[in-house]
Design a binder for this molecule. Structure first.
Ligand code: ADP
Ligand code: ADP
Ligand code: ZN
Length: 209
């Protein structure tokens, strides 16, 4: 199954996508993770993307479409995948239609106040992409899955978070109507706890399979 996870920053896309991918044994394609790695390694894409990512703006569509084209052409995508963080604009969604057949769009709905709480306490593992929250980490400073030291993302500061929420509402939220019009949209209440959200998503995906 080819799945898109759609929702504002902090909605739980990465958290849920990682679990669903493990369960279904398909790759999680997180464009945020791909860009952060490219920035860290100072690749040509990373150098172009850095200023956009750090200010909370979107990286230009051409760059993202190129990244996704290359990634979807890899062998491990043949049995399905989750796109986590792509598409984020209508032009990206239109470009995707030319290279992939999407089966379902999982939308996570969460209100802005909760998003700000979640993003300000988020800790991430840059090595494997796992996501945590300070409220449940205790004194743990390393990744449970791979042992890497956890970090706070530079763009998870209050000022940049505000930009990212504005960008979401103006540039990404139109995709909700776009996919609803194609009959692909399934909306979930992302305000529930992590296990409850996961159970609803899996219930829907199993019914579709
Ligand atoms: P996204 O990928 O949509 O930006 P993440 O999966 O990184 O969101 O989650 C953002 C933050 O919120 C993380 O700190 C994560 O641990 C926490 N989180 C995720 N889902 C929930 C949930 N259902 N309830 C409370 N906190 C959550
Ligand atoms: P979040 O988990 O908060 O939703 P991501 O990790 O998905 O954020 O993305 C982080 C940043 O990477 C975005 O703010 C943006 O600058 C860039 N980015 C990621 N995916 C895309 C995309 N599809 N189009 C443009 N920019 C993107
Ligand atoms: Zn890790």
């Amino acid at each position: 199954m080819n799945i898109i996870f759609l929702g504002p920053p902090g909605a739980g896309k990465g958290t849920q996508a990682q679990r669903v991918c493990e369960e279904l044994n398909i790759p999680q394609i997180s464009t945020g993770d791909i860009l952060r790695r490219a920035i860290k390694e100072e690749t040509p894409v990373g150098l172009k993307a850095k200023a956009f990512v750090e200010s909370g703006a979107l990286v230009p569509d051409e760059i993202l479409v190129e990244i996704i084209k290359d990634r979807l052409a890899q062998d491990d995508c043949s049995k399905g995948y989750i796109l986590d963080g792509f598409p984020r604009t209508v032009p990206q969604a239109e470009a995707l239609e030319k290279i992939a057949k999407i089966d379902v769009v999982v939308e996570l709905a969460v209100d802005d106040e909760a998003l700000i709480r979640r993003l300000s306490g988020r800790r991430v593992c840059l090595k494997c992409g796992a996501t945590y929250h300070v409220s449940t980490l205790g004194d743990r400073t390393t990744c449970e899955k791979c042992g890497e030291t956890l970090i706070q993302r530079k763009d998870d500061n209050p000022e940049t978070v505000k930009n990212r929420l504005d960008v979401y509402h103006s540039q990404t939220a139109p995709l909700i109507a776009f996919y609803e019009g194609k009959g692909l949209l399934k909306t979930f209440d992302g305000m529930q706890d992590i296990d409850a959200v996961y159970a609803s998503i899996m219930g829907t995906l199993r019914a579709l399979a």
